[in-house]
Ligand binder design. Structure first.
Ligand SMILES: NC(=O)c1ccc[n+]([C@@H]2O[C@H](COP(=O)([O-])OP(=O)(O)OC[C@H]3O[C@@H](n4cnc5c(N)ncnc54)[C@H](OP(=O)(O)O)[C@@H]3O)[C@@H](O)[C@H]2O)c1
Length: 273
């Protein structure tokens, strides 16, 4: 699978999300199996957060990566209300315990909250010096937030990006590409919702003998410096997502998609889920 440099490490351009995992104990074994299957298929970047199922998603990840920690690039996130000087290291320790590891490759501020950015960044830097995290980054930061952050050490910005939510193409994405700041696209397949039923998407998919979700992923990966992190539990979804890497959309496909999923013509406030 194609890789890009994130936090100084080569990571696959398709990773695995974990939101909604850990919420239903009857799904635990399937979720662990899905993440393991994804790792085998090369989707070795796993994205989680202390927020997901209030820590239970990280426990699923911990089980999935047991015995193969070195194969995986782990991303997790701190709640804004824990992003203080004292709160960050405590939250990180709790995440490490649930993930059953002694370091997180990339630790993100989930969204901006009440604590000054310098305080959170300082706490992240201390964790990095202590070897608890490899690098740190942010999530749900618009361009003005990134300007205010003004931190070259920030390793990524994780934001909503899919066919229906293209606002970042106007200013945020070009700026990140110019700065060589990798962007992680969350909800890349629109949470499996009505976007996938769009007729044009279906027609493009048929031309490639692919599924709409695969085209949605391939469409994201046409951009330089972008990583998609779909979440999938069903084994067939995991497989299809990994295979989406091999789909190359033609200019005609992109034009057809542009007709119905419009690119932004002006600045749009960063959308969040
Ligand atoms: N930083 C943030 O604020 C933020 C916000 C939202 C999400 N995220 C991260 O981004 C990840 C992805 O976003 P998301 O989980 O909200 O949405 P998503 O990945 O766009 O969609 C997940 C849904 O799509 C289904 N699906 C997966 N692969 C499919 C396929 N090939 N064909 C059809 N359906 C498919 C899944 O079903 P099954 O599970 O049944 O297979 C699931 O219901 C999250 O899990 C999380 O790690 C971050």
């Amino acid at each position: 699978m194609r890789t890009l440099q994130l936090a100084g490490v080569e990571v696959p351009v398709i990773g695995q999300g974990t939101w909604r995992m850990g919420e239903d104990s009857s799904q635990y074994a399937s979720e662990v199996a899905a993440l393991r299957q994804g790792i085998e298929l090369g989707m070795t970047l796993i994205d989680s957060a202390e927020m997901y199922a209030e820590g239970a998603a990280e426990e699923v990840v911990g089980e999935a990566i047991a015995g193969q920690r070195d194969k995986v690039f782990l991303v997790s996130k701190v709640y804004p209300h824990n992003a203080s000087r004292q709160g960050v290291p405590l939250a990180c320790e709790r995440s490490l315990k649930r993930l059953r590891t002694d370091y997180i490759d990339l630790y993100l501020l989930h969204w901006r909250g009440q604590y000054p950015l310098e305080e959170t960044v300082d706490a992240f830097e201390r964790l990095r010096e202590a070897g608890k995290i490899g690098r740190w980054g942010v999530s749900n930061f618009d361009l003005d937030d990134l300007h205010e952050l003004a931190a070259p050490a920030c390793a990524t910005n994780q934001v909503l990006y899919n066919l229906e939510a293209r606002g970042i193409e106007f200013d945020l994405l070009p700026w990140c590409q110019q700065q060589r700041l990798p962007v992680m696209a969350y909800c890349p397949i629109g949470q499996g919702g009505h976007m996938l039923a769009h007729a044009t998407l279906g027609q493009v998919a048929a031309r490639h003998a692919a599924t709409p979700a695969q085209v949605a992923l391939a469409w994201i990966l046409r951009q330089d410096g972008v990583i998609a992190i779909p979440k999938a539990v069903r084994p067939e979804h995991v497989k299809l997502n990994a295979q989406a890497h091999d789909i190359r959309l033609e200019p005609g496909d992109l034009e057809a998609l542009d007709q119905v999923f419009r690119a932004p013509q002006r600045k749009q406030r960063l959308a969040m889920v």
